[in-house]
Every structure is written in structure tokens, then in C-alpha cells.
Design a protein around this ligand. Structure first.
Ligand SMILES: Nc1ncnc2c1ncn2[C@@H]1O[C@H](COP(=O)(O)OP(=O)(O)OP(=O)(O)O)[C@@H](O)[C@H]1O
Length: 460
């Protein structure tokens, strides 16, 4: 039995059983073999259905192949051309729920790098009516870099459709733009809000609203206010609200449930938050200056693949990169104080592998997917008071999880190294270790050979 699809009057795609065979898969590229864990995954998720009558363990709620999902053949073609030959665990669980009719809200959690983007992108691409030239799906992300990345997934996955897309990010649209006709709009909340307020985005046909990095987007101390305003400007009619993140801290969870009422939920256990394929280390530095020396001594290792170095402040990122550049090393720095076009150029160069070391702040801690990144350095540990004004210096566990998740994408091996340099930072790291229930191993700072050996082992 194979599954085809039909469209109802509203343009929703409904899976229907049909005799038509799905496209032949063997002619298409296959995914790399190294990520079998993501498919027959070792981690467990809890699925809670909005409709209490259903059984989340029923095969109906789990798709072992993309063909079973009743996706449009053009979307299947797009998926296969990207090398996606079968759904990852989160896709397997989330997609049947996301695509079923009537549309139901979703709060979905799965570790970094496990394929959440494809789940919500496929939903948007499946639900829009391509004959209607009006905005129908809105997607918000916390940074322009992530919005641009999501857009590239939409255009790759939708390349055999005639989907039209537009950005709602700073400095993208001409100031006098009056009317967006694109079906899918991806952006950051401030610009999306502005375009909606000025009626450049007509929301009357919106039927899907996605928040990627949803806990961050709903955080009352951060983007929560703007995100809520965007939602309040949507028409009062059923809209499928989709929230995805690798982390949903308790304080956001209840707000998320109000924001996306009666949602199907896919949740991770606390001890499953970080993936095993990222080996976590720390280095005991003598003081701030020693941190810089150690970073420089790591340069050879940082450039074997690609690396991201996270700092607390923009000025630290600039200072380190200027110093390293002056000493003859090739590094780039990226943070929110740079202007939009410069930010785009920097991340593009890094994505293409033209720069191998990127020194940055939390601006790209979330979502950024660059497979070649095999090392993340927490030059400064992430702290709560960077995110929440007036908070204390507790470590920011969520940001830590997202930062180290820039490596070890989709089952690949990766390394993270935390620099600690005094009692306070050491204790902060210990708190991270406790919260994640995973050992962070020490690497000696004065034995480069040992360091290299340990890292090579970890990446094997
Ligand atoms: N079914 C699949 N087959 C092969 N590769 C896949 C599949 N799904 C996703 N990928 C790849 O896995 C990588 C990680 O996916 P994605 O960026 O969606 O992760 P994520 O779960 O959103 O992570 P984060 O929490 O960091 O945002 C991407 O490079 C993507 O192309």
C-alpha cells in the first residue's frame, strides 16, 4: 500500500491511500552512514497527544519513511535531492502529527542537530496553497543568521515546487515595500512585527505560525514580548502554531502551552538534553591572559575542521580576533553590533569554509548548522545575567546546550572545551556538569601533545 495526497478546498494536503507508487528512491543520493543513532535512536521522547483518545505509540503516529507521510511528490523529490532518505527520530514522531488534519498545534523538543528544521519546513511547504499569492506561513527565529539558514532549507526542500518566499529581517526589503505576496515569510520578531503593523504583510490567510528556538522566542526577558505581539496581530481563526527547540526550561513550558494551546507534545527527559557524540572537556587556565595564550596554542587544532569560540561580550570577541589576526592567525568575528550586510558576509564565508575559526557571542549559539564544525570553545561560560537583566552569575544551562550543539550535528563527532580560570568559573562549570549529568573531562593546558591526542581520540 502506498500513500498519495489530495488537497482540500482550503489547500490543506491530506494523506489518502492510493495505488500510485512513490518516487523510486534508489536513483537518489543517500544520507551518510554515520548517523544511524538518529534513526534507531537511543534517546527516548515522551509524546503527549492533544487528542487524549489517540495512542502515541500507534504506528499511525510514527513514520518510518517519508513516502508514508503522503507528502507531495515534489516535496519528496526535494527531500531526496538533499540526501534525506528517511526521517530522523524527531521527524518520524513529529511529522505525522504535524501533517494530520485538522491541523493541531505542536510543541516539539529534540536535541540539537537532530533535524527539527525539516519537520517544520515540510509542514509549511505542505500546507500552503501555491495558487494563492498571499502570506500563509510565518516562521520566526532569534537571529538573522538562523532566519537565513531556515530560508535556505525551505528553498532546497521546495525547489521542485513554485513556492515564493520572503524575509522579514533587517535591511532586506526596500523601505517603500507595500505588499508581500510570498507564501512563506521567515524572519526575526522585530522586523516581522513592523511589517505586519505597516500592513506590508497581510495576515488574513496565515494558517501556520512557527517559532524555531521557541523557548528563546517566548522568553519574557528576551524576545517574548515581540513574539507575543506578532501572534496578537494574527487573525482570530484557527492557525497551526508550531514550537520547536532543543530546550524548554520549566519557566517557559507553561507559557508555551498557553501560546500553543491543545498542542501535541514531544518532550525529552532532562538527562537526555545533550547528545553523546559531543565530548565535553575543560581546561584549567591560570587567569584571563592565560585563556588567550591557550586559545592561540590551540590554533592548529581549531583549524583541523572548523571551530566556534564563544565569548561573553562583543568587545571580547573583537579584541581576541584583532589580537590573533595581528599575530598572523586567520580568524573572523561575528556579533550583533556589526551591520546586517557584514554579518551576512561573515557567516557566509564561515559556512563556505573560507574562514575556519569564528569568534562570536551568543548571537549564533542557537540553530546554526555547519556540519564541518567539530570544535566549540567556551572562552567564557554562558551566564544567566547575559540573558536576564539583574540575574546572578549562575551558568546558563540552556545556552550551554545550544552552544555545544553547534558541533556534533546529525550524529557527527564533536568536541567542546570550556575555559575555566578561577574558583568561580570552576564552580559554574561544575553546576553545568551536574545539570547535564555528564562528565566534563580535564585536558592539561601544558601538554600540547596530550591535548592533541585526546582530541583526535574524541573525534575518531
Ligand atoms: N532525515 C534526514 N536525513 C539526513 N540528514 C538530515 C535529516 N534531517 C536533518 N538532516 C540534517 O541534519 C542536520 C541538522 O538538522 P537541523 O539543523 O534541522 O537540526 P535541529 O534539530 O534544528 O538543531 P538545533 O537544535 O541546533 O537547531 C542538518 O544538516 C540537516 O540537513
Amino acid at each position: 500500500m502506498s500513500v498519495a495526497l489530495s488537497k482540500d478546498e482550503e489547500g490543506f494536503i491530506t494523506p489518502t491511500v492510493a495505488g500510485k507508487a512513490a518516487p523510486q528512491q534508489d536513483a537518489l543520493p543517500t544520507a551518510s552512514a554515520s548517523n544511524s543513532d538518529l534513526f534507531s535512536s537511543t534517546f527516548e521522547v515522551t509524546v503527549t497527544l492533544a487528542d487524549q483518545q489517540g495512542n502515541p505509540n500507534s504506528p499511525l503516529y510514527s513514520a518510518k519513511s517519508f513516502q508514508e507521510l503522503g507528502l507531495h511528490p515534489d516535496l519528496l523529490k526535494g527531500l531526496f535531492s538533499m540526501g534525506f532518505d528517511k526521517p530522523s527520530k524527531i521527524q518520524e514522531k513529529a511529522l505525522p502529527l504535524l501533517l494530520s488534519d485538522p491541523p493541531t498545534n505542536m510543541i516539539g523538543q529534540s536535541q540539537s542537530g537532530t533535524g527539527k528544521t525539516a519537520a517544520f519546513v515540510l509542514t509549511m511547504l505542505s500546507r500552503v496553497d501555491y495558487n494563492l499569492h498571499k502570506p500563509q506561513a510565518l516562521c520566526l527565529a532569534p537571529s538573522r543568521e538562523l532566519a537565513r539558514q531556515i530560508m535556505s532549507v525551505i528553498t532546497s526542500m521546495g525547489k521542485y515546487t513554485n513556492v515564493q518566499t520572503e524575509y522579514a529581517i533587517k535591511d532586506n526589503l526596500p523601505k517603500d515595500a507595500t505588499n508581500i505576496t510570498a507564501q512563506i515569510i521567515v524572519g526575526t520578531p522585530g522586523t516581522m512585527m513592523d511589517l505586519m503593523r505597516r500592513k506590508v504583510i497581510d495576515t488574513s490567510n496565515v494558517k501556520v505560525f512557527v517559532l524555531d528556538e521557541a523557548d528563546n522566542m517566548l522568553d519574557q526577558d528576551g524576545l517574548g514580548d515581540q513574539t507575543l505581539r506578532v501572534k496578537n496581530m494574527l487573525p482570530r481563526k484557527p492557525i497551526q502554531i508550531i514550537l520547536f527547540s532543543a530546550t524548554f526550561p520549566d519557566n517557559v513550558r507553561s507559557f508555551a502551552s498557553k501560546f500553543a494551546p491543545n498542542a501535541n507534545k514531544i518532550e525529552l527527559q532532562k538527562e537526555e538534553l545533550s547528545v553523546d557524540n559531543i565530548r565535553q572537556f575543560y581546561m584549567d587556565c591560570r587567569n584571563e591572559e592565560h585563556k588567550y595564550d591557550i586559545l592561540v596554542s590551540l590554533y592548529q587544532l581549531l583549524t583541523i575542521g572548523q571551530s566556534i569560540i564563544f565569548c561573553q561580550h562583543r568587545h571580547t570577541a573583537d579584541r581576541i580576533s584583532q589580537r590573533m589576526t595581528a599575530e598572523g592567525h586567520k580568524v573572523a568575528s561575528l556579533h550583533g553590533a556589526k551591520d546586517a550586510s557584514e554579518r551576512d558576509a561573515i557567516i557566509d564565508r564561515f559556512r563556505e569554509g573560507r574562514d575556519k575559526v569564528l569568534i562570536t557571542t551568543n548571537v549564533i549559539a542557537r540553530g546554526i548548522d555547519i556540519l564541518q564544525v567539530n570544535m566549540v570553545v567556551n572562552y567564557d561560560l554562558p551566564l544567566m545575567n547575559e540573558r536576564i537583566k539583574g540575574a546572578d552569575e549562575r551558568p546558563d544551562i540552556e545556552t550551554y546546550i545550544h552552544r555545544i550543539g553547534r558541533t556534533g550535528r546529525f550524529g557527527r563527532k564533536g568536541i567542546s572545551i570550556n575555559f575555566v580560570h578561577d574558583k568561580k568559573t570552576w564552580l559554574q562549570m561544575e553546576q553545568i556538569e551536574k545539570a547535564l549529568g555528564r562528565k566534563i573531562m580535564r585536558i592539561e593546558t601544558n601538554d600540547l601533545d596530550e591535548m592533541e591526542e585526546k582530541m583526535k581520540q574524541a573525534l575518531k
